[in-house]
Design a protein around this ligand. Sequence first.
Ligand code: NI
Length: 234
Amino acid sequence: MKRLADTAIAVATIAFTTIVTGFGNVALAHEAGDIILRVGAAQVAPDESSSVVTTTATGPLAATAVGVEDNTQLGLNLVWMWTDSIALEVLAATPFDHDLRVSGLSQYGFSTTDLGSTKHLPPTLSALYFFGNANSMIRPYIGAGVNYTTFFSKDFTSQAASELGANGLDLDDSWGLSARAGIDIHLGDNWILNASMWAIDIDTDANFSSALGNVNASVEIDPLVYMVSLGFQF
Ligand code: NI
């Protein structure tokens, strides 16, 4: 038992010394004035809920809904360290391209489920708080911010166009709050490995014209956005 304890202490001492020595060789991490650029894969995973679909001709169609599929794009974060622990961050990305689906129309005699697609950009500005200090090689963080989402390249599938007469899709822009959590792990030489996520409040009203007159549905997209990236600290 004593021998085991001695061995454990020896191993712990070596590990501790290695860590301290290793950390001593790395430049300061995340300090006031730093600019960090992270580049990686960002996935928008909607956690959507939708009102029923309403048309001019029929009124509300019970048990119908509009949904939004996942999409992954190139994500960019620009971080400016105001202090050693507080930062401002912008999320940018190449445009996300989501498939839109509609459910519940079969009971009304329509077979369309793939409604169309839309692209959107969800620029998000966040204030971040980093745990640890300027010497910490691992900096978890949380934050809060504001998101603006604008939709463009709104297209219907050929089936939606031919069967429903769908035409002229309009999706309202969205302003909403966002919450943020993540972790930066310094790899040395100013490189940082990052994993993080946003929860964003994105709501829109979808409107288009059809054989049944104007069609409307309110959709809460409310996605979780996941990002894995490599960062560089300037
Ligand atoms: Ni919402």
